[in-house]
Design a protein around this ligand. Structure first.
Ligand code: H2U
Ligand code: ZN
Length: 346
């Protein structure tokens, strides 16, 4: 007898070693998102924005009149470049120096357009910058963490389209866990975990977006309601390895996926997203596969979010909406016309 996935069950995350509690029986009622009035887009230029071209930043510097992607050193970096490699060995109060640097990546000079609203060429330019930052910082640091925090709900106060890159000597626990899981999968099953997942999922019920090179799925083990995993359908460990054609097809998938997100509840969909790629400084990276995670907090509408509290803080994540249902909802959302484009035309 096989496991009944319509009843409470747990799913294993082979990429993190964690589990998620799934409670589909709590999804009895029909699941229609409340539609709130769409938020008006911000202006294309905001004189008060510290990321707009020509404006002063809080740190005192002035942004140039940039017209593409613009990167600068974070004026309030979380890491210091010059920390000596000291370790505090106290068994109870252990600490070590953490060296690294933090940069801010403005995706576009246009304050009003988030990633899905940018033309494909601009998204491609962001991808090229991600790859260039990876190559440059990978020569000096162990982990190059590229990410985007989007929306006030995720603690991002500025709608100007931007992401960040933090490069650190150490890997960070999420990267270290993935490294171990990817390595173990190769040892136990021989294949590459994420290539195997992409092959098994490519025509399945958890697909959100797919083209010849890329696949976006709500993973079987997703913890957040509309969490997605963006996978290459070919072997690649790091972003700088991507060819021109693979970067173009990535831009297309990113645009379609984030357009679906925004159209789902007709809101600029908040999330934290970021790339995982092979850490630097180790010789053997065959078990690695480049991929991106999207972790959006929304559950049922532009205003109703999922809270990871209570049982989830103390035991493990839980969800009612199944990943299969979430993928179907994202597939039903339009990938082509952004809701704000309709508003702009009106
Ligand atoms: P968010 O992506 O979470 O919104 O963070 C924006 C970053 O921009 C944040 O790390 C930096 C903050 O330190 N920042 C500057 O470097 N200069 C500024 O003038 C304001 C914000
Ligand atoms: Zn701005």
């Amino acid at each position: 007898m096989s496991l009944d996935l319509t009843r409470p069950h747990r799913r294993y995350n082979p990429l993190s070693g964690g589990w998620v509690q799934v409670s589909p029986q709590r999804m009895g009622r029909p699941w229609q998102g409340e539609v709130s009035e769409p938020d008006p887009p911000p202006p294309a230029y905001d004189p008060a924005c510290y990321l707009c071209p020509g404006n002063a930043r809080v740190g005192g510097e002035t942004n140039p009149a940039y017209d593409g992607v613009y990167v600068f050193d974070n004026d309030f970096p979380a890491l210091a470049e010059d920390q000596l490699a000291e370790i505090n060995h106290d068994p109870l109060f252990r600490a070590e120096a953490s060296a690294g640097l933090c940069r801010v990546i403005c995706f576009s000079p246009d304050h009003s357009r988030s990633l899905p609203e940018l033309p494909l060429a601009s998204i491609r330019a962001v991808i090229d910058m991600w790859a260039a930052q990876t190559a440059e910082l990978g020569a000096r640091f162990g982990n190059v963490q590229i990410f985007e925090n989007k929306g006030a709900m995720m603690g991002c106060s500025n709608p100007h389209p931007h992401g960040q890159v933090w490069a650190t000597e150490h890997w960070g626990i999420e990267v270290a866990r993935e490294d171990q899981c990817l390595r173990e999968h190769r040892e136990w099953y021989e294949g590459s975990l994420l290539i195997d997942v992409a092959e098994r999922e490519a025509a399945g019920e958890r697909v959100v977006e797919v083209n010849d090179d890329w696949l976006a799925i709500v993973p079987f083990w997703a913890a957040w309601p509309f969490e997605t995993l963006l996978l290459p359908r070919f072997a690649v460990q790091r972003m700088p390895q991507l060819t021109d054609a693979q970067r173009d097809s990535l831009a297309a998938v990113l645009k379609a996926l984030t357009t679906r997100y925004d159209n789902l509840f007709e809101t600029s969909f908040p999330y934290s997203m970021g790339w995982h790629q092979a850490p630097f400084g180790m010789p053997d990276i065959d078990h690695w596969q480049l991929h991106a995670h999207f972790y959006p907090p929304l559950l049922r509408s532009a205003a109703v979010r999922k809270f990871m509290v209570g049982y989830e803080m103390l035991a493990e994540p839980q969800r009612d909406l199944t990943p299969e249902r979430a993928a179907a909802m994202l597939r039903d959302a339009c990938p082509l016309v952004h809701y704000r484009a309709r508003e702009r035309e009106a």
